[in-house]
Design a protein around this ligand. Sequence first.
Ligand SMILES: [Cu+2]
Length: 170
Amino acid sequence: MHASLGVAVIALAAVALAAVALACTSRGDAPTQFRASDATPAYAPRARAVTITTVPLLVKEQQGVLPFLKEDFAKGGVLEGKEVYAFSPSTITVVQGDTIHFTFINPEDDVHSFVLPDLAVSLPAQKVTTATYVASRAGIFPFVCAIQAHLPMMSGQLVVLSAGSMRGAR
Ligand SMILES: [Cu+2]
């Protein structure tokens, strides 16, 4: 390489490096991503109304309509001693700090229950039952009906998002 050309290349590289350094410095002086985050309001906990209905999916009363269920409910059948019910809906999503106002509708002639790790509500037949629950911890919490014949099928989950993950969200 010619000596003067080499000097020119080195000078150009120095100018480029200086430009990069300048760009980095100006970005470093203005941490815009932190400022934007700080300006975003924190999540404000709210009250949420949730209605859950207990519904029959495959129950003994349906044997007349669906003859194959006789075999399922019989001794040795896949549903021996069980009935399949569901909570509708079976997944509830709220945010840490929210207050849930539950309304449970049990239109059936069977008793059910709604049991979270720290809440147990009995759901009498053909009654509407209400309960209030504060979702104080983030996480995924299973809930079940505690009637043995309805387990493990009659279940769901309460998803509690962390308040921090909701910064700026609605
Ligand atoms: Cu049940």
